[in-house]
Ligand binder design. Structure first.
Ligand code: UDP
Ligand code: MG
Length: 318
């Protein structure tokens, strides 16, 4: 960024039924951009784009209204609900050629907008990826905190490389976004993909705030699916685990056979069915478990080989 003193910055925010927060969010983002433009930090072409992820409420109408009222606000409407990750990708890929860097942020103002400037300054001094990292999670419920901790530990255990306490609040330079556009996977897990791209990186710290209004669009079911997707998209460790379990059971069976022979030899045989039936159930269970894990991966291969488009764009307002 050394050559371009006033980079064009885009802010991308996916929205699903966010009618209750959009007024405030669009005003705040517009004001921040106006201020940065006035202070000659970014170009006046900078913008914030709200991606409507097939909302059922007034989200798109509000985005359209804001796009005509506020100079820096734009909108992108997807044809249907594709989920947070794909909606974010749609925004990033659709606007990557119109900005020197894009910042992704949640629409609910939980990601503190005050660090946007810090992100941009780090970008201007040559950093390609700036991760927003949460300091404390004091505003989250203890349930959300504990499940999040479980999530990061699971990722670590499964050898997935992600940034601790970083969600999808980050700045990516144009070349990182170009790289991102070369990933064709359907099972998107951006927090795993971005670190795997490389380039120079840095972090900014912020306090995760309370949701401005409305409720979380990530119930436990979606969070669990998201974590599982993260593991199976980035790690073959569960497959290895199957091998390890299989080997351990084989070893135990050898010991058991040894013991059975010894028992026959000493005549100490109890004519019980337990010793016959129990291993059968046990092995049956283990096998099903292993098949299940294999099935998970086969399911993913199935959805990847189809190479289905990940989203469709309905319209744009600029
Ligand atoms: N979101 C989306 N599509 C969905 C679900 C969520 O675009 O299917 C957006 C949502 O509008 C918000 C962001 O993803 O801007 C994060 O969602 P939310 O704040 O509900 O999650 P939480 O902060 O509770 O984890
Ligand atoms: Mg939120």
């Amino acid at each position: 960024m050394e050559t371009n003193q006033k980079p064009t910055i885009g802010i991308v925010s996916p929205c699903y039924n966010e009618a209750m927060v959009l007024n405030e969010t669009s005003m705040q983002l517009n004001a921040i951009l106006q201020d940065l433009v006035a202070r000659n930090i970014i170009s006046e072409k900078s913008f914030a784009v709200f991606v409507d992820d097939g909302s059922k409420d007034e989200t798109w109408q509000i985005i359209e209204a804001k796009a005509s009222q506020l100079i820096h606000i734009k909108g992108l409407k997807l044809a249907g609900n594709v989920g947070h990750q794909k909606a974010l990708l749609a925004g990033l890929l659709s606007y990557k050629d119109e900005a020197d860097a894009l910042i992704s942020i949640d629409a609910d103002l939980q990601d503190d907008v005050r660090v946007i400037e810090e992100m941009i300054l780090k970008f201007k001094s040559g950093t390609d990826v700036v991760y927003g990292v949460r300091k404390e999670r004091t505003t989250d419920t203890s349930f959300k905190r504990n499940t999040a901790l479980l999530f990061y530990n699971l990722m670590k255990m499964m050898k997935v490389n992600i940034v601790h306490n970083h969600a999808d609040y980050r700045l990516c330079s144009q070349r990182v976004l170009k790289a991102l556009s070369e990933f064709n996977e359907v099972n998107l897990f951006l927090r795993g993909i971005i670190p795997s791209i490389g380039f120079s990186k840095d972090v900014v710290y912020y306090d995760r705030l309370e949701r401005f209004a409305g409720e979380s669009k990530y119930p436990f079911r979606k969070m669990a699916a998201f974590a599982w997707n993260g593991v199976t998209s980035f790690s073959n460790y569960p497959l290895k685990l199957v091998t390890i379990i299989g080997f351990a059971i084989f070893f135990v069976c050898v010991l058991m056979t040894g013991y059975a022979l010894f028992a026959i030899y000493t005549g100490d045989v109890v004519p019980g069915w337990l010793s016959t039936v129990l291993p059968m159930y046990f092995l049956g269970g283990v096998q099903l478990f292993c098949f299940g894990i294999l099935g998970e991966y086969i399911g993913k291969i199935y959805s990847e080989v189809k190479q289905r488009p990940r989203y469709f764009i309905d319209k744009r307002v600029d």
